[in-house]
Ligand binder design. Structure first.
Ligand code: 2P0
Length: 322
């Protein structure tokens, strides 16, 4: 056991084939496999120090002490896996532009998984870290890896983890996050996806089509086919949002500006510019494009959104110790 703080950095990721529903809520096993891109611009730095005089974990988020039972539950799993007993002082900072709504549990639990195991003197492999991060939040499974990552759904704790995908494309991919003004999130991901699993009559069709989408998008990457890649990602995102509209009670993450952003991307496409959008459990729209088309796309989006609401990211790295 080390006696000093250990700090890790993990980057957030955007799913192109979405995870939206669990087959095991306790272990966080997903209904279907998913695929994401880890982003360079948005990340979380987390330090962990085990202190023998603490009688509970103490957690600071962006400099403010926060009581979060999910963190304590996660740290109990870490203590079990590392056979340690001390409570920890945890300090986490999100490096995401203010109010961007991109701070995510993905980078948070990926960074915490590495910092908490390293501070306990353990050297977990990336696969072991991916399994562990999954216990905090499903999307964190993928944030252990840089670039593209695929989360293998698995059937138990051992078989559910992410792996990096190393396709050689010539796209030099960029993602423009369009920040849409909104009130705090209406329905949490955790609650929203469970409502969908339990009530949407379309859920069986989702599992089938998401599984097909995953195979097809990997084939498109293999073929260096950006158009097909973008079409599959966009359609998969819309089907996820269609589940929310079909749940009981129904809910959605769209704001008027989200629809404006989606239309702007469709208009750009009609004008011959290759770009596609995706959306997660919030109103921000993320545009996927090649670096060579970035400027013309930003020009068009500037007609609708101020430049500080257009954040450009590229592929980010693996989780790492600082
Ligand atoms: C994803 N999202 O694949 C999907 C698409 C948002 C939309 O994973 O309950 O915070 O902690 O496992 O990971 C967000 O859900 O949910 C998410 P939990 P999580 O990225």
């Amino acid at each position: 056991m080390q006696n000093s703080a250990v700090t890790a950095r993990a980057h957030t990721n955007i799913a192109l084939i979405k995870y939206w529903g669990k087959k095991d809520q306790q272990l966080i096993l997903p209904m279907n496999g998913s695929l994401s891109l880890t982003l360079d611009k948005f990340y979380t730095d987390t330090s962990v120090e085990y202190l023998p005089n603490l009688n509970a974990d103490v957690f600071y988020l962006n400099g403010t002490e926060v009581a979060d039972p999910k963190i304590t539950r996660f740290m109990d799993i870490v203590r079990q896996k590392t056979r340690s007993s001390n409570y920890a002082l945890i300090k986490s900072t999100n490096h995401v532009p203010t109010a961007a709504g991109l701070a995510s549990s993905a980078s948070a639990y990926a960074a915490l998984a590495l910092a908490a195991t390293a501070a306990a003197g353990q050297n977990f492999s990336l696969t072991e870290l991916s399994r562990l991060a999954r216990r905090g939040s499903g999307s964190a499974t993928r944030s252990i890896f840089g670039g593209f990552a695929e989360w293998l759904p698995g059937t138990d704790d051992q078989s559910s983890y992410a792996q990096p995908l190393d396709f050689q494309t010539d796209w030099d991919l960029r993602m423009i996050a369009i920040v849409v003004d909104a009130l705090p999130k209406k329905v949490s991901s955790r609650h929203g996806m469970q409502t969908v699993v339990e009530t949407s009559p379309f859920y069986p069709a989702w599992i089938k089509s998401a599984t097909q989408d995953l195979a097809a998008i990997k084939q498109a990457m293999q073929n260096n086919d950006f158009q097909r890649f973008g079409e599959i990602a966009e359609s998969n995102a819309l089907r996820m949002h269609a589940l929310n509209l079909s749940a009981v009670p129904h809910f959605n993450y769209f704001e008027p500006q989200s629809l404006i952003a989606m239309q702007a991307v469709e208009n750009l496409r009609a004008a011959g510019i290759s770009c596609y959008y995706t959306m997660d459990a919030g109103p921000n729209v993320k545009v996927i494009c090649k670096n060579k088309d970035l400027d013309v796309i930003l020009d068009k989006l500037h007609h609708y959104f101020p430049s500080d609401h257009l954040l450009v990211a590229a592929a980010g790295p693996n989780v790492k110790l600082l």
